[in-house]
Design a protein around this ligand. Structure first.
Ligand code: MF3
Ligand code: CO
Ligand code: CO
Length: 251
């Protein structure tokens, strides 16, 4: 696969565009009064209508087509009758499986006017992901990615979740290597052209620690502080990278 990755990149581009397209649709309808299961329905239908399958659905028993993680929920929130309200922040995470390849992406949306702190958290999380993506090219180390995110986030007073990480992605939803969002510059495996993985930092306003609720999925901050996340699927090239999950319109 790594030897000749043209086909892998073409397939990832397609799956990534569908996943990003689903989030573009979510962006149009998400607002005060919407139920998270309405977002799930929209993602399910958009992905199906584009000849793809929602990879989260029944993945290890997950019951829905996307994850909806609001406020102090770090990740893997299950869509339900929960109604969004002004001031909430909510991450929507979708993964499209198209022609045997996965595209995995998430964005955190702001509902109405959110607090100054929530706004800063969401902005910092997005920027930390983009800062890390921008250093990607063959022969940098995985630790360079983690260190870039950790440094960006901690100098702004927030913390990096350690219990969840990015991952290789392609024919499987989750593959090696693990992409940690913290670490030491110059440490870890060197990345190679042709590798495809996600960068998906989860950033907390308070302490980095998480716990999982009794539904077996929903991860929350232990201290109930706000948490935000963004995710892109990225391919490594000799002298840079390609993002497969860019929105149609710049966010
Ligand atoms: N999309 C998530 C990720 O970024 C994984 C969700 S698994 C699920 O890796 F089962 F919760 F959907
Ligand atoms: Co992912
Ligand atoms: Co995801």
């Amino acid at each position: 696969m790594i030897e000749n990755y043209k086909e892998a990149f073409e397939k990832s581009r397609l799956a990534g565009a569908i996943a990003a397209g689903a989030l573009d649709e979510v962006a149009k309808i998400i607002k005060h009064g919407i139920k998270t299961e309405t977002i799930d329905r929209l993602c399910y239908e958009y992905i199906n209508d584009h000849g793809a399958y929602s990879a989260p659905l029944f993945y290890r028993g997950f019951p829905k087509s996307c994850c909806t993680s609001a406020n102090h929920v770090v990740c893997h929130g299950i869509p339900s009758e929960k109604v969004l309200k002004d001031g909430d922040i909510i991450n929507v995470d979708v993964t499209a499986l198209k022609d045997g390849w996965h595209g995995d992406t998430s964005r955190t949306f702001e509902i109405g006017e959110v607090s100054v702190k929530a706004k800063k958290l969401v902005k910092t999380t997005y920027e930390a992901m983009m800062e890390a993506i921008q250093i990607i090219k063959e022969d940098i180390c995985l630790g360079d990615i983690g260190a870039t995110i950790q440094n960006y986030v901690e100098t702004r007073g927030f913390s990096v979740v350690q219990d969840f990480c990015g991952h290789g992605v392609g024919r499987s939803f989750h593959e090696t290597p693990n992409i940690l969002h913290y670490g030491e510059k110059g440490s870890g495996e060197k990345i190679k052209a042709g590798m495809i993985f996600t960068i998906e930092p989860m950033i907390n306003a308070g302490n980095y620690e998480t716990k999982t609720l009794s539904d077996g999925w929903t991860a929350v901050t232990k201290d109930k502080s706000l948490s935000a996340q963004f995710e892109h699927t990225v391919g490594v090239t000799k002298d840079g990278y390609e993002i497969f999950t860019l929105p149609k319109k710049k966010i």
